[in-house]
Design a protein. Structure first.
Length: 257
């Protein structure tokens, strides 16, 4: 995924936080002893997780040293571990394994999700939120920019056409391990402000992996091409705001036992 820029990512902190809070509110765990935030990023959720479960030992796991540096500076009350969260597993099963907007970066969900479920203690909770808006214009514009530019040979191998499967696929993966299992989707109508804000939103996450593979002047040319496409796809409203519908999928599973 390259290096992360916390400042760019957090330009839309409110919009990125809302689904995380919606997932957190649905977890019925009363007094977990161990809580893991897998793909914790800059640690924005640490105070909210600790407010919900003040008695818990909270561990944030992320692969980005830039994000973790900010997390450790801002949230010393939690522990943070730098690791590849595709392969990281807790030394002991945990009571809540929470992952917000992280697991869509990884391939191999058929093996990954059952493995993560097995890292949850019996009776504990596995809670996941992932974007599922990869057929939206914001992402189609990324594909078009790659396929119609001089960088196609270098960037096209990075394209992942379906990072997140349909909900029923995850039900089939997890139902044999779960005493309770809920999967649902929500489409958030995000009302963004500023100049070409959808481009700025995507630049903080999905677009970055492609920008990181290019040097100047191609990097600026690629970004300009994408910005022009996405501006046309999401024109501003009469009041200057831009509407950005964004679909997200939620999984809440209780481990058998």
């Amino acid at each position: 995924m390259g290096t992360w820029d916390p400042t760019q990512y957090l330009k839309f902190a409110g919009e990125r936080l809302r689904p995380a809070l919606d997932l957190l509110a649905r977890i019925p765990a009363a007094a977990p002893r161990t809580v893991v935030d897998l793909g914790c990023g800059a640690g924005n959720l640490a105070p909210l997780l600790l407010q919900r479960w003040p008695q818990a030992a909270l561990v944030g796991v992320d692969s980005s040293p830039q994000m973790l540096a900010k997390a450790r500076a801002d949230h010393p009350q939690a522990s943070f571990v730098q690791a590849d969260f595709a392969t990281w597993r807790p030394p002991q099963p945990v009571d809540v394994l929470y992952s917000n907007a992280a697991l869509h970066w990884l391939d191999g969900h058929e093996a990954l999700f059952p493995a993560l479920m097995s890292a949850v203690a019996p009776g504990g909770w596995f809670a996941v939120q992932m974007p599922r808006n990869f057929a939206a214009p914001s992402h189609i514009c990324v594909t078009e920019t790659i396929e119609q530019g001089p960088w196609r040979a270098r960037l096209e191998p990075l394209l992942r056409r379906r990072p997140v499967a349909p909900p029923q696929d995850y039900w089939r993966l997890l139902q044999g391990h779960a005493a309770a299992l809920e999967i649902w989707e929500t489409e958030y109508l995000q009302v963004l402000k500023g100049e070409n804000p959808v481009a700025e939103f995507v630049k903080g996450s999905w677009l970055k992996q492609f920008l990181d593979r290019l040097e100047e002047p191609e990097r600026s040319a690629f970004e300009a091409d994408y910005r022009a496409r996405v501006r046309a796809a999401y024109p501003p409203e009469a009041d200057g705001s831009t509407l950005f519908p964004f679909r997200r999928m939620f999984i809440l599973a209780r481990r058998q036992g």
